[in-house]
Write a protein that binds this ligand. Structure first.
Ligand SMILES: [Zn+2]
Length: 247
């Protein structure tokens, strides 16, 4: 293959732009903020079940406490009504008064028992609430840290994307100066050779694989006309002669 030496030099510029674009894409994929967001998501997920359990326990206990409260209120009302009826003098039969007093005594015991049970439930509710508060504040801290990481990532994306856009525009211009056959060969080598399709010969070394060229290779290169597109036998990449080639 033959190509104008200037076009061969432009191929080195194209390689530099493609390598820069590869680095930008890699940077975009491996931003530390993404790992940080994943780490925080995992922490939130790990606590999810505990949080739901604590929420369920807290609402169950609140319902139980409300139920005791309601029962206690009914006992109090009944007791109060008995007191009123007894005080009103409407009940004149001694046996009825006795029964009412007896019921009141039962109601007092019942109220005390309900209050003890309610207190027990409230103590458990308090303990569960403390766990729930801790889990919720931990989750809120994780979500806040995640949001902060996400907004830092958005800023980094915007910066990287602007650089990608600039490099792509420049790449289009440079690619336009390279003959189609040379460009196609370069693209093919870039795919097969880990992103590097061309290298400058520098101080007697292939710029693609960094191996020293053999004496006979150097002699062949010196003998080749400047428009011949050179390939390194060892790595198959295109080699471009520059002023620093040291041939
Ligand atoms: Zn090489």
């Amino acid at each position: 293959m033959k190509a104008d030496p200037f076009a061969q030099l432009r191929l080195l510029d194209l390689q530099a732009l493609d390598s820069a674009l590869d680095r930008l894409a890699h940077r975009r994929r491996s931003l530390p903020e993404t790992a940080e967001m994943q780490r925080l998501d995992a922490l939130v997920a790990a606590r999810h079940d505990d949080l739901v359990r604590a929420q369920t326990d807290a609402s169950d206990l609140a319902r139980q406490a409300a139920k005791f409260e309601e029962e206690i209120e009914q006992v109090r009302t009944r007791h109060h009504r008995n007191d009123q009826r007894m005080a009103s003098g409407a009940i004149t039969v001694a046996k009825q008064l006795q029964e009412m007093e007896h019921e009141n005594a039962t109601l007092v015991r019942r109220q005390s028992e309900l209050e003890d049970r309610e207190l027990e439930v409230m103590e458990r509710a308090e303990a569960v609430q403390a766990v729930l508060d801790a889990l919720e504040s931990e989750r809120d801290a994780h979500l806040a840290a995640r949001a902060a990481a996400e907004s830092r990532r958005e800023a980094a994306f915007a910066e990287i994307d602007a650089e990608i856009e600039r490099a792509r525009a420049e790449r289009t211009a440079v690619a336009g100066e390279i003959p189609a056959d040379l460009l196609a060969l370069y693209e093919k080598l870039r795919v097969s050779e880990g992103g590097i399709g061309v290298g400058a010969i520098e101080r007697g070394r292939c710029g693609g694989c960094h191996l020293d060229l053999m004496g006979n290779e150097k002699a062949d290169i010196r003998a080749a006309p400047s428009d011949v597109v050179l390939r390194h036998e060892e790595c198959t990449r295109i080699m471009v002669r520059t002023a620093e080639s040291g041939l």
